[in-house]
Design a protein around this ligand. Structure first.
Ligand code: AMP
Ligand code: GLY
Length: 440
Protein backbone atom coordinates (compact mmCIF):
# COMPACT_ATOMS: atom_id res chain seq x y z
CA UNK A 1 0.00 0.00 0.00
CA UNK A 2 1.03 3.58 -0.54
CA UNK A 3 2.38 5.48 2.43
CA UNK A 4 1.70 8.87 0.80
CA UNK A 5 -0.13 11.33 3.06
CA UNK A 6 -1.49 8.87 5.56
CA UNK A 7 -4.41 9.48 7.89
CA UNK A 8 -3.48 8.63 11.47
CA UNK A 9 -5.63 7.98 14.56
CA UNK A 10 -4.01 8.16 18.02
CA UNK A 11 -6.02 6.36 20.71
CA UNK A 12 -4.74 6.83 24.23
CA UNK A 13 -5.13 8.86 27.38
CA UNK A 14 -5.13 12.36 25.85
CA UNK A 15 -2.01 13.28 27.81
CA UNK A 16 1.44 14.69 27.17
CA UNK A 17 2.58 11.41 25.65
CA UNK A 18 -0.17 11.55 23.03
CA UNK A 19 0.58 15.21 22.25
CA UNK A 20 4.30 14.42 21.86
CA UNK A 21 3.73 11.43 19.57
CA UNK A 22 1.32 13.48 17.45
CA UNK A 23 3.73 16.43 17.39
CA UNK A 24 6.49 14.20 16.04
CA UNK A 25 4.23 12.44 13.52
CA UNK A 26 2.98 15.83 12.30
CA UNK A 27 6.57 16.50 11.14
CA UNK A 28 6.54 13.52 8.78
CA UNK A 29 6.38 14.36 5.06
CA UNK A 30 3.99 11.41 4.64
CA UNK A 31 1.34 12.48 7.12
CA UNK A 32 -2.04 13.79 6.05
CA UNK A 33 -4.59 14.28 8.80
CA UNK A 34 -4.15 13.23 12.46
CA UNK A 35 -7.10 12.34 14.72
CA UNK A 36 -7.05 12.01 18.50
CA UNK A 37 -9.27 10.09 20.95
CA UNK A 38 -9.34 11.65 23.48
CA UNK A 39 -8.14 15.19 23.24
CA UNK A 40 -6.41 18.09 24.98
CA UNK A 41 -5.83 21.68 23.90
CA UNK A 42 -2.39 20.73 22.55
CA UNK A 43 -3.50 17.84 20.36
CA UNK A 44 -6.17 20.16 18.93
CA UNK A 45 -3.36 22.26 17.41
CA UNK A 46 -2.03 19.41 15.30
CA UNK A 47 -5.06 17.29 14.58
CA UNK A 48 -8.76 16.74 14.94
CA UNK A 49 -10.17 15.62 18.26
CA UNK A 50 -12.89 13.03 17.77
CA UNK A 51 -15.79 12.62 20.10
CA UNK A 52 -15.44 8.87 20.72
CA UNK A 53 -14.25 7.49 24.07
CA UNK A 54 -11.00 5.51 23.76
CA UNK A 55 -12.64 2.41 25.27
CA UNK A 56 -15.45 2.46 22.70
CA UNK A 57 -13.56 0.17 20.34
CA UNK A 58 -16.49 -0.59 18.05
CA UNK A 59 -17.23 3.06 17.34
CA UNK A 60 -13.51 3.62 16.77
CA UNK A 61 -13.52 0.79 14.23
CA UNK A 62 -16.51 2.36 12.49
CA UNK A 63 -14.78 5.74 12.43
CA UNK A 64 -11.57 4.20 11.11
CA UNK A 65 -13.40 2.54 8.24
CA UNK A 66 -15.49 5.60 7.42
CA UNK A 67 -12.49 7.96 7.41
CA UNK A 68 -10.19 5.42 5.70
CA UNK A 69 -7.58 5.77 8.44
CA UNK A 70 -4.28 4.25 7.27
CA UNK A 71 -2.77 3.59 10.68
CA UNK A 72 -4.08 3.66 14.26
CA UNK A 73 -1.70 3.95 17.21
CA UNK A 74 -2.86 2.32 20.45
CA UNK A 75 -0.74 4.03 23.08
CA UNK A 76 -2.24 3.70 26.58
CA UNK A 77 -2.29 0.73 28.96
CA UNK A 78 -6.05 0.67 29.38
CA UNK A 79 -6.93 0.47 25.66
CA UNK A 80 -4.30 -2.25 25.17
CA UNK A 81 -5.71 -4.23 28.10
CA UNK A 82 -9.17 -3.98 26.49
CA UNK A 83 -7.83 -5.70 23.39
CA UNK A 84 -8.13 -2.81 20.91
CA UNK A 85 -5.31 -4.26 18.79
CA UNK A 86 -6.99 -7.66 18.53
CA UNK A 87 -10.31 -6.12 17.52
CA UNK A 88 -8.78 -3.83 14.89
CA UNK A 89 -6.77 -6.71 13.41
CA UNK A 90 -9.90 -8.87 13.33
CA UNK A 91 -11.52 -6.08 11.29
CA UNK A 92 -8.43 -6.10 8.98
CA UNK A 93 -7.42 -2.58 10.05
CA UNK A 94 -3.78 -1.50 10.45
CA UNK A 95 -2.94 -0.78 14.08
CA UNK A 96 0.32 -0.32 15.98
CA UNK A 97 0.57 -1.80 19.49
CA UNK A 98 0.71 -5.15 21.27
CA UNK A 99 -2.25 -7.55 21.44
CA UNK A 100 -4.20 -8.05 24.65
CA UNK A 101 -2.24 -11.25 25.32
CA UNK A 102 1.13 -9.57 24.71
CA UNK A 103 0.24 -6.53 26.83
CA UNK A 104 -0.57 -8.88 29.71
CA UNK A 105 3.11 -8.42 30.53
CA UNK A 106 1.97 -5.04 31.89
CA UNK A 107 -1.61 -5.55 33.05
CA UNK A 108 -1.00 -8.71 35.07
CA UNK A 109 1.92 -8.55 37.49
CA UNK A 110 1.49 -12.26 38.30
CA UNK A 111 1.72 -13.17 34.59
CA UNK A 112 4.73 -10.93 34.11
CA UNK A 113 6.61 -12.30 37.14
CA UNK A 114 5.90 -15.90 36.05
CA UNK A 115 7.14 -15.01 32.57
CA UNK A 116 10.36 -13.62 34.07
CA UNK A 117 10.87 -16.77 36.14
CA UNK A 118 10.18 -19.09 33.20
CA UNK A 119 12.68 -17.31 31.00
CA UNK A 120 15.31 -16.71 33.68
CA UNK A 121 15.13 -12.93 33.47
CA UNK A 122 16.78 -10.98 36.29
CA UNK A 123 14.15 -9.62 38.70
CA UNK A 124 13.37 -9.40 42.43
CA UNK A 125 12.68 -12.76 44.09
CA UNK A 126 8.95 -13.24 44.58
CA UNK A 127 5.93 -15.40 45.35
CA UNK A 128 2.35 -14.94 44.13
CA UNK A 129 -0.70 -15.58 46.32
CA UNK A 130 -4.47 -15.79 45.90
CA UNK A 131 -4.98 -16.93 49.51
CA UNK A 132 -4.81 -14.24 52.22
CA UNK A 133 -3.75 -16.60 55.05
CA UNK A 134 -0.91 -18.09 52.99
CA UNK A 135 0.29 -14.61 52.00
CA UNK A 136 0.22 -13.54 55.66
CA UNK A 137 2.20 -16.60 56.71
CA UNK A 138 4.79 -15.99 53.97
CA UNK A 139 5.62 -12.47 55.11
CA UNK A 140 6.29 -13.49 58.74
CA UNK A 141 9.93 -14.35 58.02
CA UNK A 142 10.42 -12.10 55.01
CA UNK A 143 13.32 -9.59 55.15
CA UNK A 144 12.20 -5.94 55.41
CA UNK A 145 11.10 -3.84 53.63
CA UNK A 146 8.54 -6.02 51.82
CA UNK A 147 7.17 -5.07 48.41
CA UNK A 148 3.49 -5.96 47.85
CA UNK A 149 1.82 -5.58 44.46
CA UNK A 150 -1.83 -5.97 43.50
CA UNK A 151 -2.05 -8.04 40.33
CA UNK A 152 -3.89 -5.82 37.82
CA UNK A 153 -3.68 -2.22 36.65
CA UNK A 154 -4.23 -0.16 39.81
CA UNK A 155 -3.69 3.34 38.44
CA UNK A 156 -0.02 3.32 39.51
CA UNK A 157 -1.04 2.89 43.15
CA UNK A 158 -0.96 -0.90 43.38
CA UNK A 159 2.59 -1.15 44.75
CA UNK A 160 3.16 -0.80 48.48
CA UNK A 161 6.55 -0.89 50.15
CA UNK A 162 5.94 -2.02 53.75
CA UNK A 163 8.63 -1.15 56.30
CA UNK A 164 7.27 -3.44 59.04
CA UNK A 165 5.50 -6.82 59.23
CA UNK A 166 2.44 -5.07 60.74
CA UNK A 167 2.27 -2.65 57.82
CA UNK A 168 2.62 -5.56 55.37
CA UNK A 169 -0.22 -7.48 57.07
CA UNK A 170 -2.45 -4.41 56.99
CA UNK A 171 -1.65 -3.90 53.30
CA UNK A 172 -2.49 -7.53 52.45
CA UNK A 173 -5.78 -7.20 54.26
CA UNK A 174 -6.66 -3.99 52.43
CA UNK A 175 -5.81 -5.43 49.01
CA UNK A 176 -7.03 -9.04 49.38
CA UNK A 177 -9.96 -8.73 51.81
CA UNK A 178 -11.18 -5.14 51.60
CA UNK A 179 -10.31 -5.02 47.87
CA UNK A 180 -9.28 -1.38 47.83
CA UNK A 181 -8.06 -1.91 44.25
CA UNK A 182 -11.09 -4.05 43.33
CA UNK A 183 -10.51 -7.28 41.42
CA UNK A 184 -6.84 -6.32 40.99
CA UNK A 185 -6.44 -7.60 44.55
CA UNK A 186 -7.56 -11.18 43.81
CA UNK A 187 -3.91 -12.06 43.42
CA UNK A 188 -0.86 -10.39 44.98
CA UNK A 189 2.83 -10.56 44.28
CA UNK A 190 5.14 -10.31 47.31
CA UNK A 191 8.72 -9.56 46.49
CA UNK A 192 12.22 -8.64 47.54
CA UNK A 193 13.10 -4.94 47.85
CA UNK A 194 15.69 -3.91 45.24
CA UNK A 195 18.22 -1.14 45.84
CA UNK A 196 19.88 1.03 43.17
CA UNK A 197 19.09 3.78 40.69
CA UNK A 198 15.81 3.15 38.85
CA UNK A 199 15.82 3.76 35.10
CA UNK A 200 13.41 3.47 32.18
CA UNK A 201 14.30 1.45 29.09
CA UNK A 202 12.30 1.40 25.86
CA UNK A 203 12.72 -1.03 22.97
CA UNK A 204 10.62 -1.18 19.81
CA UNK A 205 9.78 -4.57 18.30
CA UNK A 206 7.88 -5.79 15.24
CA UNK A 207 7.64 -9.29 16.71
CA UNK A 208 10.85 -10.41 14.98
CA UNK A 209 13.32 -7.51 15.01
CA UNK A 210 13.87 -4.97 17.74
CA UNK A 211 15.65 -1.63 18.29
CA UNK A 212 16.80 -0.13 21.58
CA UNK A 213 15.96 3.47 22.52
CA UNK A 214 18.30 5.56 24.71
CA UNK A 215 17.98 5.28 28.51
CA UNK A 216 15.79 7.70 30.48
CA UNK A 217 14.69 8.33 34.06
CA UNK A 218 11.31 9.38 35.41
CA UNK A 219 10.69 11.02 38.80
CA UNK A 220 7.54 9.34 40.06
CA UNK A 221 7.05 10.88 43.50
CA UNK A 222 5.29 14.21 43.92
CA UNK A 223 7.85 15.66 46.31
CA UNK A 224 11.43 16.80 45.86
CA UNK A 225 14.05 14.25 46.95
CA UNK A 226 11.63 11.47 45.87
CA UNK A 227 9.23 11.98 48.77
CA UNK A 228 5.44 11.81 49.04
CA UNK A 229 2.92 9.94 46.92
CA UNK A 230 3.52 8.24 43.60
CA UNK A 231 2.27 10.13 40.54
CA UNK A 232 2.07 9.37 36.84
CA UNK A 233 5.56 10.93 36.56
CA UNK A 234 6.73 14.45 37.41
CA UNK A 235 9.71 14.79 35.11
CA UNK A 236 12.02 12.81 32.90
CA UNK A 237 15.52 13.12 31.51
CA UNK A 238 17.43 11.21 28.87
CA UNK A 239 19.79 9.83 27.86
CA UNK A 240 21.23 9.16 31.33
CA UNK A 241 24.84 10.31 31.64
CA UNK A 242 25.57 7.60 34.23
CA UNK A 243 24.37 4.71 32.04
CA UNK A 244 27.32 3.65 29.89
CA UNK A 245 27.08 2.04 26.45
CA UNK A 246 28.45 -1.14 28.08
CA UNK A 247 25.50 -1.11 30.51
CA UNK A 248 23.05 -0.57 27.61
CA UNK A 249 24.60 -3.56 25.79
CA UNK A 250 24.25 -5.63 28.94
CA UNK A 251 20.58 -4.61 29.31
CA UNK A 252 19.95 -5.50 25.67
CA UNK A 253 21.64 -8.89 26.02
CA UNK A 254 20.38 -9.90 29.49
CA UNK A 255 16.89 -8.39 29.45
CA UNK A 256 15.52 -7.08 26.15
CA UNK A 257 16.62 -9.79 23.69
CA UNK A 258 15.55 -12.72 25.93
CA UNK A 259 12.22 -11.01 26.71
CA UNK A 260 11.25 -10.63 23.05
CA UNK A 261 12.60 -14.13 22.28
CA UNK A 262 10.67 -15.57 25.25
CA UNK A 263 7.42 -13.98 24.11
CA UNK A 264 7.88 -15.30 20.59
CA UNK A 265 8.71 -18.76 21.95
CA UNK A 266 5.53 -18.68 24.06
CA UNK A 267 3.52 -18.02 20.89
CA UNK A 268 2.81 -14.51 22.10
CA UNK A 269 5.11 -12.20 20.08
CA UNK A 270 5.33 -8.57 21.18
CA UNK A 271 4.72 -5.89 18.56
CA UNK A 272 4.99 -2.37 19.89
CA UNK A 273 7.13 -0.61 22.44
CA UNK A 274 8.26 -2.47 25.54
CA UNK A 275 9.12 -0.28 28.50
CA UNK A 276 10.68 -2.07 31.44
CA UNK A 277 11.63 -0.14 34.58
CA UNK A 278 14.93 -1.47 35.83
CA UNK A 279 16.85 -1.16 39.05
CA UNK A 280 20.62 -1.03 38.51
CA UNK A 281 21.53 -3.12 41.56
CA UNK A 282 25.03 -4.08 42.69
CA UNK A 283 24.32 -7.51 41.16
CA UNK A 284 23.41 -6.02 37.79
CA UNK A 285 20.26 -4.66 36.12
CA UNK A 286 17.01 -6.18 37.43
CA UNK A 287 13.47 -5.78 36.13
CA UNK A 288 10.99 -3.99 38.42
CA UNK A 289 8.10 -4.18 35.98
CA UNK A 290 7.22 -4.27 32.31
CA UNK A 291 5.00 -1.76 30.53
CA UNK A 292 3.64 -2.50 27.07
CA UNK A 293 3.53 1.11 25.85
CA UNK A 294 5.48 4.36 25.84
CA UNK A 295 6.04 5.90 29.26
CA UNK A 296 4.46 9.26 29.97
CA UNK A 297 6.55 11.48 30.29
CA UNK A 298 9.33 9.29 28.77
CA UNK A 299 7.72 9.58 25.31
CA UNK A 300 8.05 13.38 25.43
CA UNK A 301 11.83 13.14 25.87
CA UNK A 302 12.16 10.44 23.20
CA UNK A 303 10.21 12.56 20.71
CA UNK A 304 12.56 15.49 21.40
CA UNK A 305 15.62 13.28 20.83
CA UNK A 306 14.44 11.29 17.81
CA UNK A 307 16.13 12.40 14.58
CA UNK A 308 14.17 10.12 12.22
CA UNK A 309 10.63 10.04 10.85
CA UNK A 310 8.45 8.40 13.53
CA UNK A 311 5.69 7.59 11.04
CA UNK A 312 8.13 5.72 8.81
CA UNK A 313 9.42 3.77 11.83
CA UNK A 314 5.93 2.80 13.05
CA UNK A 315 4.82 1.79 9.55
CA UNK A 316 7.91 -0.42 9.27
CA UNK A 317 7.05 -1.89 12.67
CA UNK A 318 3.49 -2.77 11.62
CA UNK A 319 4.79 -4.24 8.34
CA UNK A 320 7.39 -6.32 10.29
CA UNK A 321 10.23 -4.54 8.50
CA UNK A 322 11.83 -2.78 11.45
CA UNK A 323 15.21 -4.16 10.31
CA UNK A 324 14.90 -2.02 7.15
CA UNK A 325 14.72 1.37 8.90
CA UNK A 326 17.38 3.30 10.73
CA UNK A 327 16.44 5.02 13.99
CA UNK A 328 18.68 8.06 14.47
CA UNK A 329 18.99 9.99 17.72
CA UNK A 330 20.18 13.57 18.18
CA UNK A 331 23.50 13.90 19.93
CA UNK A 332 21.79 15.87 22.71
CA UNK A 333 20.10 15.56 26.09
CA UNK A 334 16.44 16.28 26.77
CA UNK A 335 14.16 16.80 29.74
CA UNK A 336 10.43 17.20 30.26
CA UNK A 337 9.13 18.72 33.48
CA UNK A 338 5.50 18.29 34.53
CA UNK A 339 3.49 21.27 35.78
CA UNK A 340 0.71 19.81 37.93
CA UNK A 341 -2.48 21.04 39.56
CA UNK A 342 -2.38 21.91 43.27
CA UNK A 343 -3.36 18.81 45.29
CA UNK A 344 -2.30 16.28 42.62
CA UNK A 345 -1.96 13.26 42.91
CA UNK A 346 -4.80 13.63 45.42
CA UNK A 347 -7.91 15.73 44.75
CA UNK A 348 -7.41 18.85 42.70
CA UNK A 349 -9.55 21.52 41.08
CA UNK A 350 -9.86 22.03 37.35
CA UNK A 351 -10.69 25.10 35.31
CA UNK A 352 -7.81 27.39 36.38
CA UNK A 353 -6.70 29.79 33.69
CA UNK A 354 -3.18 29.16 32.36
CA UNK A 355 -1.18 32.27 31.55
CA UNK A 356 2.20 32.85 29.93
CA UNK A 357 1.71 30.46 27.04
CA UNK A 358 0.84 31.43 23.52
CA UNK A 359 -2.74 30.23 23.03
CA UNK A 360 -2.70 26.82 21.39
CA UNK A 361 -1.38 27.38 17.90
CA UNK A 362 0.20 25.11 15.31
CA UNK A 363 3.62 25.67 16.89
CA UNK A 364 3.47 24.91 20.61
CA UNK A 365 6.77 26.62 21.33
CA UNK A 366 7.72 28.89 24.14
CA UNK A 367 10.89 30.79 24.87
CA UNK A 368 12.93 33.66 23.65
CA UNK A 369 15.76 34.15 21.19
CA UNK A 370 17.85 31.07 20.64
CA UNK A 371 15.74 29.11 23.12
CA UNK A 372 12.80 29.23 20.78
CA UNK A 373 12.31 25.82 19.26
CA UNK A 374 14.52 24.23 21.89
CA UNK A 375 11.73 24.51 24.44
CA UNK A 376 8.50 22.75 23.46
CA UNK A 377 5.45 22.65 25.71
CA UNK A 378 3.42 19.47 25.57
CA UNK A 379 -0.16 19.69 26.77
CA UNK A 380 -1.67 17.09 29.11
CA UNK A 381 -4.67 18.19 31.25
CA UNK A 382 -5.65 21.30 29.27
CA UNK A 383 -8.72 22.50 27.42
CA UNK A 384 -10.08 25.70 25.89
CA UNK A 385 -13.09 27.48 27.38
CA UNK A 386 -14.46 30.86 26.27
CA UNK A 387 -11.25 31.53 24.36
CA UNK A 388 -9.10 30.84 27.40
CA UNK A 389 -6.67 28.00 28.05
CA UNK A 390 -7.62 26.28 31.31
CA UNK A 391 -6.46 23.32 33.41
CA UNK A 392 -8.37 20.08 32.96
CA UNK A 393 -6.35 17.37 34.75
CA UNK A 394 -3.67 16.47 37.31
CA UNK A 395 -0.64 16.81 35.12
CA UNK A 396 -1.39 19.95 33.11
CA UNK A 397 1.65 20.72 30.94
CA UNK A 398 5.08 19.23 30.22
CA UNK A 399 7.86 21.69 29.56
CA UNK A 400 10.53 20.00 27.45
CA UNK A 401 13.93 21.24 26.36
CA UNK A 402 17.00 19.91 24.62
CA UNK A 403 20.65 20.87 25.09
CA UNK A 404 24.22 19.81 24.48
CA UNK A 405 24.41 18.82 28.14
CA UNK A 406 21.74 17.72 30.58
CA UNK A 407 22.38 20.82 32.72
CA UNK A 408 21.83 22.97 29.66
CA UNK A 409 18.50 21.29 28.81
CA UNK A 410 17.29 21.55 32.41
CA UNK A 411 18.26 25.20 32.67
CA UNK A 412 16.26 26.07 29.53
CA UNK A 413 13.18 24.16 30.72
CA UNK A 414 13.22 25.78 34.17
CA UNK A 415 13.70 29.21 32.62
CA UNK A 416 10.64 28.65 30.39
CA UNK A 417 8.60 27.46 33.39
CA UNK A 418 9.22 30.88 34.89
CA UNK A 419 6.87 32.35 32.23
CA UNK A 420 3.96 29.97 32.88
CA UNK A 421 1.49 30.09 35.73
CA UNK A 422 -1.91 28.96 36.97
CA UNK A 423 -3.42 28.94 40.44
CA UNK A 424 -1.99 26.10 42.55
CA UNK A 425 0.67 25.14 39.97
CA UNK A 426 3.24 22.75 41.42
CA UNK A 427 6.36 21.16 39.93
CA UNK A 428 9.56 19.53 41.14
CA UNK A 429 12.62 21.76 41.10
CA UNK A 430 15.03 18.83 41.37
CA UNK A 431 14.43 16.96 38.11
CA UNK A 432 17.74 15.46 36.94
CA UNK A 433 19.59 16.33 40.15
CA UNK A 434 20.03 12.71 41.23
CA UNK A 435 21.30 11.69 37.79
CA UNK A 436 23.77 14.58 37.68
CA UNK A 437 25.12 13.62 41.14
CA UNK A 438 25.57 10.00 39.98
CA UNK A 439 27.45 11.19 36.88
CA UNK A 440 30.09 13.14 38.81
P1 AMP B 1 4.99 0.49 39.75
O1 AMP B 1 3.65 1.02 40.14
O2 AMP B 1 5.00 -0.97 39.44
O3 AMP B 1 5.65 1.35 38.72
O4 AMP B 1 5.91 0.63 41.04
C1 AMP B 1 6.01 1.83 41.71
C2 AMP B 1 7.39 2.00 42.24
O5 AMP B 1 7.63 1.11 43.32
C3 AMP B 1 8.49 1.71 41.25
O6 AMP B 1 8.71 2.76 40.40
C4 AMP B 1 9.66 1.45 42.18
O7 AMP B 1 10.26 2.66 42.56
C5 AMP B 1 9.01 0.82 43.40
N1 AMP B 1 9.22 -0.63 43.39
C6 AMP B 1 8.47 -1.57 42.78
N2 AMP B 1 8.99 -2.79 42.99
C7 AMP B 1 10.11 -2.64 43.74
C8 AMP B 1 11.09 -3.54 44.31
N3 AMP B 1 11.01 -4.87 44.15
N4 AMP B 1 12.08 -3.00 45.03
C9 AMP B 1 12.15 -1.67 45.23
N5 AMP B 1 11.27 -0.78 44.73
C10 AMP B 1 10.25 -1.26 44.01
N1 GLY C 1 6.59 6.98 33.42
C1 GLY C 1 5.54 6.39 34.13
C2 GLY C 1 4.59 5.64 33.30
O1 GLY C 1 4.38 5.91 32.15
O2 GLY C 1 4.03 4.69 33.79
Amino acid sequence: MSIEKQKILIVGAGGGREHALGWKIAQSPNVGEIFFAPENAGTATIGTNIDIKPDNIYDLIEFTKKESIDLTLAVSDSVLALGIVDEFKRASLRIWGPTKAASQIEWSKAFSKDFMRRHNLPTAQFQTFTDFEKAKEYITNHPLPIVIKADGLAFGKGVIIAQTIEEAEKTLEEIMIKKIFGASGNEVVIEEFLVGPEISIHALSDGKNFKMFPSSQDHKRIGEGDTGLNTGGMGVIGPLPFVTSEMMERIEKEIIAPTFAGMEKDGNPFEGILYPSLMLTKDGPKIIEFNARFGDPEAQVYMRLLDSDLLEILNACVDKKLNEVEIKWKNEFACNIALASGGYPGNYEKGKEITGLPLPSPSPCQGEGKERGEVVIFHAGTTMKDGKLITNGGRVLGVSATGKTLEDALQKAYKAIGHVSFEGMQYRRDIGKKALALSK
